[in-house]
Write a protein that binds this ligand. Sequence first.
Ligand code: GCU
Length: 351
Amino acid sequence: MIFEPELMTFADGRQVTAENWADRRKEIIDILSHEEYGYTPAAPAKVTGTVVSTEKKMCAGHAVLEKTEITFDTPSGPFTFPILYFRPNDGGKHPLLVQICFRNSIYDSYWSPEEIIDRGYALAGFCYTDVTGDNGDFESGIAALYPRDEKTGWGKIGMWAFAASRVIDYLAEKPEIDKDNIGVCGHSRLGKTALWCGAQDERIKFILSNCSGCSGAAYERAKHEGGETIADITGKFPFWFCGNYLKYAEKPEARPFDQHFLIAASAPRYVSVNSASLDNWADQYGEQLSVIAASPVWELLTGTGYNGVKRRAKVGERFLSGNLSYSLRDGVHFFSRNDWNTWMDFIGKHI
Ligand code: GCU
C-alpha cells in the first residue's frame, strides 16, 4: 500500500532515520499546526488546582472524588476551568487517564469510573465546553484570552487539547500519580483532540482516539462510502481548525499531509485507534489505514508497529499486540465500556 504524502521522508527529501526522527516529528507538528489545527501557544509557567469539594466513598470506597478548579495565567489574565478527579485512596502510585469529556458529570455515559479505578488507574475528566464553546465564538472561555491569527491561529480542537495538557500539569506531580504512565483519550471530535494533544505533549504515553474520524484518525485520501469529507467538516465546523484548513475543502489532494501524520507524531509512544462497526461517517477503514500508514515509524524506532491485518478489520477484531493498535468494536458511534476496556488492555501490555 502506498500512502501520501510520504511519512518517512522530510519535506526536503531526506530519509527519516531513528537519529533524525525528533526533527521529522517537529516538522510534522509544524505542518499540522500551520495547515490544520493552528499553532498552540506556549504552556503557562504555573498551573494550580483548588479542590472545591471532596466525596470520599466513591467507587465502593476505593477512590475520592475531588472536584477541582484548574487555574493558569494567559496573556490576558488568569483562566480557570473545573475538572472531576477520581483519586485512588490506597496510598499507592497509579497511572493516570485523562478524558476530554462532552459533559461535566460523574454519570457521563462515556466513562465508567468505578471500572477504571478497579483496574488500577486514577481518572480525571473535564468538559470541553468549560474551556471554550463548541462554536465559532472566539470570545468565549480561553479563546478570548490569547491573540489568534486568522490563518494559522489555533482552532477549538487546539484549545481543548491545550486544556488536557494543563490537567496533566496539575496532576502529574501528585504523589499518587505515576507520571511515566499517563494517558489521554476522547471520542469523536474529542478523539481528534486527544490525538492532537498526544502528538504535541510528550509526557503522554498512551493515546486513545475513539471514533475520531475525519480530521482525526481517518486517512482522507482513500475516503470510503459514507465517510465525512473535509468539505463536510469545514462547512459545518470551521472553528475546530485554523483558517488555512478551510482552503482544502475543495482540493483535499493539495494537503501536504494526511492523518497518518497526526498518529505518527506520537511515536514512539503508544497509540490506540478504536472504531465502531456502524460508524461509517467516521470511516472505519480510513482509521485503520492511518494506523497501517503510520506503522513504519514505530517499526523504525521500536521494532514493533501495528501487528494487525491490512485488509479491512472484521467486526470485533482487536490488534493490540504492537505499540500501535487498531480495534473495531460492534455498534454505533459511542464511547463504550468496550472501548475503555480495549484501551486499558492495550495499556496493560506496556506498563
Ligand atoms: C459530527 C462531525 C464529526 C465529529 C462528530 C462528533 O458528526 O461531523 O467530525 O467527530 O460530530 O464529535 O460527535
